[in-house]
Write a protein that binds this ligand. Structure first.
Ligand SMILES: [Zn+2]
Length: 79
């Protein structure tokens, strides 16, 4: 199934920690107090089903489990 990808800043819950690094590439995903740099992933029904790191293009579900990972040139992966 083809997933639509829309780049949008996802709203965060208030009171979350300000540091929000990507679990895969460790790039900082913190944007401001209300939004992260995570890109929302939408399914065919335009429902948000997860998020994608804009740096390494790894896709996650909302429990930060990797659902798709791009091959990385530096060879670093996750177990
Ligand atoms: Zn990343």
């Amino acid at each position: 199934m083809e997933k639509k990808q829309k780049l949008l800043h996802m709203q965060k819950k208030k009171g979350k920690k300000s540091k929000d690094p990507c679990p895969v590439c460790d790039k900082e995903l913190f944007f401001n107090e209300d939004y992260s740099k995570r890109a929302g992933l939408l399914d065919d029904n335009e429902e948000c089903v997860g998020w994608m790191c804009p740096y390494c293009n790894t896709e996650f579900d909302f429990e930060n489990r990797v659902t798709y990972i791009m091959p990385m040139e530096n060879g670093r992966g996750i177990a």
